[in-house]
Design a binder for this molecule. Structure first.
Ligand code: FDA
Length: 585
């Protein structure tokens, strides 16, 4: 039996596995990724791509970020989240979503150098996978993970080459299970989970049809349809989702999980499409159809010694809020630099414990949020008098009733407006997407109290440099060219970064000394007048929450590792102490 060796073996080429491979390859770490199929995602499941994910792509390189925008539907086309009886039928209401409300757009612009967009998984995966392969990842398709065993020095994984039928073993220092919602790696590693699988049933119907006349005047990725059966199983309501504007679509329609999954053939797909579009003559070109289950389960621990799980392997939930692929890619950003630091000898192995400490709470949070969002369709059904299920006659009479001039009709209109507006917790939850703050052995708190959240933490991103938070984005300016650069662009790319200001030059000297001692690069920026980067607007002075002589130490994943408000008597000793603790040296 052939044995292949590599530093990190990754199971799965989905968003999680491909992003991990791309990041590790970018950091110069030998890695191999396998996929049981011959190619990547063949259906456009994930699509909503949030700013934090785009920041990971930007960190991989401006060309990677640019490729994503090139294939994506722009944010402007995402925004009119419509609730209706069918696309051709009466509109019940709508809400501006995904950062398209002017107030929300301002928050997006202030938070990140990137833009939210709609990038179907069929486009995202080739970008990440291609980046990985171009940068050195060994990819093996049609290769199925079967089992693994680990010892003190590494992991031995047995795989099946599905082309030849032969088994092969891979000996790696670490194993990453990015093998999706039915993860065998998680099962074999015996990792603990909470929650339940299969709490609802759903079907996807992917088809081509030009629906411009129903949607182009109210561009959106999601059109929510209220019809008989709309609140059975599924994701809260019938959904017509734009895949490509406006001629490729995915219908998501629920079924009762207590019944056998339906056989979705061409006739059934056409009938569901006609019903939700509201056009009995509609002709569709069916691309594919499949069923899937709504899950509510997360790992409470994501590591077993040398084995890690990430993505859907660790968090299994419905697509509500569009968090699955996003969180998967963000998991990889958290783990990849830590693996690289340990493999390069910069950090002790204990640093890897921080992965689960930091990401397991995120897994719980997003699984809970996504499932809660399904329930939050309830008030819309209630406001239309259909809490018990959609009856077309009741629906028609209630839609009729809401047009009246009576106090009851006014109250009903108010209830519908409020119920729809409340869905911002699913369709405009910027805080859920951006507010991840870590507390782990890879963060040195500075003794300052937790700043908490002044606004609703699910709806609004709130920047801080409190250790554990992502470094705030502001634009600073190149002294020579005048070009603007995000503070996020000044850090990351696999390295720690020190930020200080005029009077804090001792931090640079300290970083040089610690860098030489630890044998790892530390990037330094002194921001101020006549420095390489200038804070013309004063935004950095306000956002950094330190004085000019203070220091922010930022991890390769752009989260603040430690900070010092002022210059201490011995900057070098302080920096060495903090970095040693963070890296478990
Ligand atoms: P994923 O399941 O994508 O990949 C697993 C990989 O492992 C695959 O390559 C598979 O072949 C491989 N594999 C599995 N077992 C193996 C074995 N034994 N051996 C070898 N290879 C194996 N998310 C989001 O962020 N925004 C959104 O808008 C949406 N929308 C959305 C809509 C719909 C309808 C669905 C069903 C889902 C979404 N999602 C989403 C969720 C998103 O699709 C999901 O969270 C990600 O695909 C998870 O990525 P992973 O890489 O973790 O697993």
């Amino acid at each position: 039996m052939a044995t292949i060796t590599t530093d990190v073996l990754i199971i799965g080429t989905g968003p999680a596995g491909s992003a991990t491979a791309a990041l590790l390859a970018s950091y110069g770490i030998e890695n191999m990724v396998i996929n049981r199929y011959r190619w990547l995602a063949n259906t456009p499941r994930a699509h909503i791509t949030n700013q934090r994910t785009m920041e990971v792509l930007r960190d991989l390189g401006h060309e990677v970020e640019a490729e994503a925008y090139m294939h994506a539907a722009h944010q402007d086309l995402m925004g009119e989240n419509v609730f209706c009886e069918s696309l051709a039928g009466e509109e019940i209401g709508r809400m501006k979503s995904w950062g398209n409300h002017p107030l929300s757009k301002a928050e997006h612009l202030l938070s990140s150098p990137t833009m939210m967009n709609d990038l179907p998984q069929t486009f995202m995966e080739p970008i990440l996978f291609g980046t990985a392969c171009r940068r050195g990842t060994q990819a093996r398709m049609s290769t199925e993970y079967l089992s693994h065993e680990q010892d003190e020095d590494g992991v031995t994984t047995t795989c099946l080459d599905r082309l030849s039928g032969e088994t092969l073993t891979v000996r790696s220092k670490y194993l990453v299970g990015a093998d999706g919602g039915n993860s065998l790696v998680a099962e074999h590693a015996g990792l603990p989970f909470e929650g339940q699988m299969g709490v609802g049933g759903s079907m996807n119907i992917l088809f081509r049809a030009d629906l411009s006349k129903y949607v182009a005047h109210r561009p959106s990725v999601l059109y929510w349809v209220m019809q008989p059966g709309a609140n059975v199983g599924g994701i809260g309501m019938g959904l017509v989702r734009m895949v490509r504007p406006w001629n490729e679509w995915l219908i998501v329609w629920g079924y009762d999980i207590n019944q056998p999954a339906p056989e979705v053939d061409e006739a059934m797909a056409t009938q569901v499409a006609r019903q939700l579009v509201g056009d009995p003559e509609l002709e569709i070109e069916l691309i594919s159809a499949n069923t899937w289950t709504v899950n509510n389960m997360y790992a409470t621990h994501m590591q077993k010694d040398r084995v890690f799980i990430m993505g859907d392997a660790a968090h299994r939930h419905p697509p509500s809020n569009g968090l699955g692929s996003n969180t998967s890619i963000q998991d990889s950003f958290n783990l990849a630099w830590k693996l690289a630091a340990v493999l390069k000898g910069h950090a002790g192995a204990k640093l890897l414990d921080s992965y689960s400490e930091e990401r397991a709470p995120v897994a719980k949070q997003i699984v809970t949020r996504a499932n809660q969002s399904i329930g939050e369709f309830g008030p819309i059904f209630e406001a239309l008098g259909m809490a018990e299920g959609v009856d077309p006659e009741v629906m028609q009479s209630n839609l009729e009733a809401r047009t009246g001039s009576t106090p009851d009709a006014q109250a009903q209109r108010q209830a519908i407006r409020e119920a729809i507006a409340f869905k911002k917790y699913e369709f405009d939850a910027h805080g859920v997407e951006m507010n991840q703050r870590y507390d782990s052995c890879a963060v040195e708190k500075d003794g300052q109290p937790d700043p908490g959240f002044e606004k609703d933490a699910e709806l609004h991103y709130q920047p801080t440099t409190w250790p554990g938070a992502r470094i705030p984005h502001v634009w600073v300016f190149d002294h020579d060219t005048g070009n603007k650069h995000s503070t996020l662009d000044l850090c990351g790319r696999g390295e720690f970064t020190v930020f200080t200001g005029i009077g804090g030059e001792a931090w640079v000297t300290a970083a040089l000394a610690v860098s030489a001692e630890f044998g790892m690069p530390i990037r330094c920026h002194v921001i101020g007048p006549r420095q390489t980067y200038v804070d013309h607007t004063g935004d950095w002075a306000r956002a950094s929450e330190i004085s000019d002589t203070g220091c922010l130490l930022v991890r390769p994943d752009q989260h603040v590792a430690w900070r010092s408000a002022e210059l201490p008597a011995d900057a070098e000793a302080e920096l060495r102490r903090a970095l040693s603790a963070i890296l478990s040296r």
